[in-house]
Design a protein around this ligand. Structure first.
Ligand code: ADP
Length: 721
């Protein structure tokens, strides 16, 4: 690399094509590389080479490397900067790419391209002297030429002026100052242009200025512009004394743009406002004295803390919770026993004993508002309406309702909260619930108290003891809050499936009300009074679109549900509603097109199709009765039945397989044939759905079975027909 003329760069350089940054001699720039030729340059040259020479590459600015290896090279910018790759970092995310840190050495001109693939290699002519940086700070070559000397002096003075306007305590400014005195004057245009805020276009002009004089001429206006900008900014600062304390800070990156003035003052003001607002909230939260004292103390600490301290966020969250808690916010009870009875009766069928006890409880509350009565605990199988009675109680009282699921809770801090010393600490479920409802007298339903667990983290049931004891809960202390909260206004109701697993001490604090399962008749009633109307509403259907007869409900209950409650029944009705909703939605579209066609009722078995859709009800009982007779005649009847159904199958709305058909004891060919034919289309009536109006074929039918079965039915039906 050395010759008579000083240090020389290699005459053949691999070229990195860049369209983003401009590398000037004497500066260091980071380039991101992801295009094919540039990637090859890094992987085949920079990463494989072992000598210093192999780390020297040429950076051609203002030239985009084509996205594909096969694409032709664009015209290269004629002047580039030779540089040393001082760092190569590779990553595969989000796509393979390298990040190169390159320090510029000197300018070069591309004489000829030697090869284009896998990376660009060119014969180059060095334009700057490389040893210019190593010569001591003199007026050097510039001194030889008068005009140039004048220019370089002007430039130096401008640079000193700029520095005088900047804050010397910022490291990069101090470094700039040192450089200014130690570097030879002819290097200054490049170094200063790379440090001040300039656009790529301006930097390119400096790079293209091969003669030193021209370079000074190009760089000087940039420097003057920067000084003018700063002067203007300082003037505005003086005019606005509020901003006096604002600090002029310079980014470490080494650029001094106007926008880098840090308006710290504004943040401080915001913080101040924030703290004042919080203090106002603390005073307005109407909390007891003890809590207020704690809050004010925390607030004082918060004001002294810098925002960056981790504890700042903790204290802030704590104070936010304290001001949000309903210390003295409550709803007014609107208890009217007669209205409560009607509401309970309207919401729930049967459950007479439970409803009676609930009314007694409410009546006593009406007479003595400060009742420290027992905690009611509804015990019964799933789906018998325990939760929903709890919700009704809240409605009758006009109180907020909140359910706390205790199933599987095995850590007492779930109930009592974590101490604030722990990372990620938070309040327990009771305090959280109060924050959610926003009043201090809600109805809290402690669901599944029999499923509380126990672990090394303590016994949550023991924590509940304090919550549920009317003598103690007026000063319930959550570990997170660390101040007492009065829970005596909260109405607690608990539910459980069994009393066997409720800890005796907890059970002792509650009055157990057994909620037994329902009889078949009760379930049919519940379905027709509550479940079906509810489900219809939830699915956007009207009673005209889906009518489920009582026998059908009975069928569903006896064949498809086996439970003490009604949850499974509710799900099955939901499934029917969904299937019907699909049909109704499809039907609407059909109706529209049919409206255009003049009505011509198709005759089938003496009835129009639309009327058939209303009357296709093959009673489960009749059908079963027939095929239970082990005779050929009955098989024939079934075959006939099925053929009949297949004919009108478009109008059949619900197909549900009776489980009995598979377990039938028929033998021989006929039954095999029968099963084959009817495997999936053995139709038992489950429900019939009438079209909304005569002549409309949008009738539909729900299946209590899955949609999958419905699909299978229809596919077999079409095969058979
Ligand atoms: P549990 O809490 O006992 O497990 P839920 O209260 O969640 O049961 O009840 C399940 C569903 O059954 C709810 O939609 C509820 O309205 C309904 N339900 C249960 N019993 C009755 C009833 N007697 N009258 C009306 N709906 C009932």
């Amino acid at each position: 690399m050395t010759s008579d003329g000083g240090i020389k760069i290699p005459s053949r350089l691999p070229l990195l094509l860049s369209h983003e940054g401009v590398l000037l001699p004497g500066s260091t720039v980071r380039f991101s590389v992801d295009s094919p030729r540039n990637m090859q340059l890094v992987s085949q040259r920079l990463l494989r080479g072992t000598s210093l020479k192999s780390t020297i590459i040429g950076v051609i600015p203002n030239t985009r490397d084509p996205e594909h290896d096969t694409d032709d090279l664009p015209t290269l910018h004629k002047i580039g900067t030779a540089g040393i790759a001082v760092q190569v970092v590779g990553s595969n995310w989000p796509k393979p790419h390298y990040s190169l840190l390159i320090t510029g050495l000197c300018r070069f001109r591309v004489s000829s391209l030697l090869k284009e693939r896998p990376f660009v290699l060119a014969e180059v002519e060095q334009l700057d002297k490389l040893d210019q940086y190593t010569t001591p700070a003199t007026e050097g070559a510039a001194a030889e030429d008068e005009e140039l000397g004048e220019l370089s002096k002007k430039f130096y003075q401008a640079a000193v002026q700029l520095l005088g306007m900047l804050d010397m305590s910022v490291p990069v400014v101090a470094k700039f100052r040192r450089l200014l005195d130690s570097l030879p004057r002819e290097t200054l245009p490049d170094v200063v242009a790379s440090m001040i805020r300039t656009s790529n276009k301006e930097k390119l002009q400096v790079l293209d200025a091969v003669s030193l004089e021209e370079r000074f001429k190009k760089a000087l206006p940039m420097l003057t512009k920067q000084i003018e900008g700063l002067k203007l900014l300082q003037k505005t600062r003086k005019m606005n004394p509020d901003n006096e304390k604002r600090v002029l800070s310079v980014r470490k990156g080494g650029v001094f743009p106007g926008r880098q003035f840090n308006l710290d003052g504004e943040d401080e003001e915001e913080d101040g406002d924030d703290a004042v607002a919080l203090e106002k909230k603390v005073h307005g939260a109407n909390m007891p004295d003890a809590a207020l004292r704690v809050c004010l103390k925390e607030l004082k600490r918060l004001k002294k803390m810098p925002q960056s301290m981790p504890e700042y966020a903790l204290t802030r969250n704590y104070l936010d919770l304290m001001v949000e808690l309903p210390w003295s916010k409550s709803t007014k009870d609107c208890l009217d026993i007669r209205a409560a009875r009607t509401l309970l009766d309207n919401d729930h069928y049967a459950m007479d004993k439970l409803k009676r006890r609930v009314l007694e409880y409410l009546a006593v509350r009406q007479l003595k508002t400060s009742l420290k009565g027992p905690i009611l605990c509804f015990v019964g199988p799933p789906g018998v309406g325990k939760t929903s009675v709890g919700r009704s109680i809240a409605r009758t009282l006009g109180r907020e309702f909140h359910r706390i699921a205790l199933g599987g809770v095995c850590d007492q801090s779930d109930i009592r909260g974590h101490r604030r010393t722990y990372v990620g600490s938070m309040p327990g479920r009771i305090i959280n619930g109060l924050k959610t409802v926003g009043v201090n007298n809600p109805v809290f339903l402690l669901d599944e108290v029999d499923k509380l667990g126990k672990s090394l983290q303590g016994d949550p049931a023991a924590a509940l003891l304090e919550v549920l004891d009317p003598e103690q809960n007026h000063s319930f202390t959550d570990h997170y809050l660390n101040v007492a909260f009065d829970l005596s206004q909260v109405l607690f109701i608990a539910t459980a499936n069994t009393t066997a697993t409720i800890p005796p001490a907890l059970l002792d604090r509650m009055e157990v009300l057994q909620v037994p399962g329902y009889t078949q008749e009760e379930r049919v009633e519940i379905a027709h009074r509550h479940l079906i109307p509810n489900q219809l509403e939830q699915h956007g259907l009207t009673p005209q679109q889906l009518h489920i007869p009582q026998e059908t409900t009975q069928d569903i209950i006896s064949r498809y549900t086996r439970e003490a409650g009604v949850r499974s029944l509710e799900r099955k009705i939901g499934a029917i509603c969904r299937a019907v909703a699909v049909k109704v939605a499809e039907g609407h579209r059909v109706t529209k097109t049919e409206d255009l066609i003049p009505e011509s009722p198709t005759q089938q078995g003496g009835k129009t199709l639309s009327s058939l859709s209303l009357c296709v009800i093959i009673r489960a009982g009749t059908f079963k009765h027939k095929y239970n007779q082990n005779t050929m005649a009955n098989i024939e009847t079934i075959k006939y039945c099925i053929q009949y159904i297949v004919k009108i199958v478009d109008q059949v709305t619900v197909l549900i397989l009776p489980p009995a058909i598979y377990t039938s004891t028929y033998n021989g060919r006929v039954i095999r044939e029968f099963l084959q034919m009817t495997r999936l289309i053995a139709v038992l009536k489950v429900c019939s759905v009438a079209g909304e109006k005569e002549g409309r074929q949008g009738s539909s039918q729900g299946s209590a079975d899955s949609a999958y079965q419905t699909v299978r039915h229809s596919s077999v039906i079409s095969q058979t027909s």
